[in-house]
Design a protein around this ligand. Structure first.
Ligand code: AR6
Length: 168
């Protein structure tokens, strides 16, 4: 059950049950999509992150979405790309899988992902998209959870990759 689709846009504007943040393991905020989410959602999100403290790479935690249109933010920590020999692929899959698990554990019906690790963390985009889609497909397969998954691409390159991979 469940579904996957891709759109192009700004994830802070999307009214789903949970949007996923591409966070760092200190949950300290930063640039990119992380900065955009904290800016648009307001200080409540950082307050919740401070209470949680940290999150290992390949894992995720859930907080309020503050004043964003989404109900929750799931902060997922993807790996920094160091060439591929440091378990990067497994860690990226873990960040997606744990986010999906948190959605189901919290009885959520819709979740939107940015392209985790493909910005300042330099994970190759095509490989990252393959992992995101394969991990999500595997997760949704055979589950009762009727989860609607949206991949939100900010740049044309990622958007075109996802469009191609999802139509295959
Ligand atoms: N909506 C959707 N996607 C976005 C948005 C947005 N508003 N803004 C950027 N992106 P990045 P990372 C895309 O660098 O590589 C932060 O400082 C962007 O085009 O945000 O996982 C954190 O604090 C790219 O495709 O995240 C961490 O320290 C994707 O989001 C570190 O960066 C991810 O790029 C995480 O690096």
């Amino acid at each position: 059950m469940g579904s996957m689709k891709v759109i192009k846009g700004d994830i802070t504007k999307i009214a789903v049950d949970a949007i996923v943040n591409a966070a760092n393991s200190r949950l300290a905020g930063g640039g990119g999509v992380d900065g955009a989410i904290h800016r648009a959602g307001g200080p409540e999100i950082m307050e919740a992150c401070r209470k949680i403290g940290s999150c290992p790479t390949g894992q995720a935690v859930i907080t309020t979405a503050g004043r964003l249109p989404a109900k929750y933010v799931i902060h997922a920590v993807g790996p920094v790309w160091h060439g591929g020999g440091n378990n990067e692929e497994q860690l990226l899959a873990g960040a997606y899988r744990r986010s999906l698990e948190l959605a189901v554990e919290n009885s959520l019906k819709s979740i939107a992902f940015p392209n985790i690790s493909t910005g300042v963390y330099r994970f190759p985009k095509e490989k990252a998209a393959q992992i995101a889609i394969a991990t999500t497909k595997e997760f949704l397969k055979g589950r009762d959870a009727d989860l609607e998954v949206t991949f939100v691409c900010f740049d044309d390159e990622n958007y075109n990759i996802y469009k191609r991979l999802l139509s295959e």
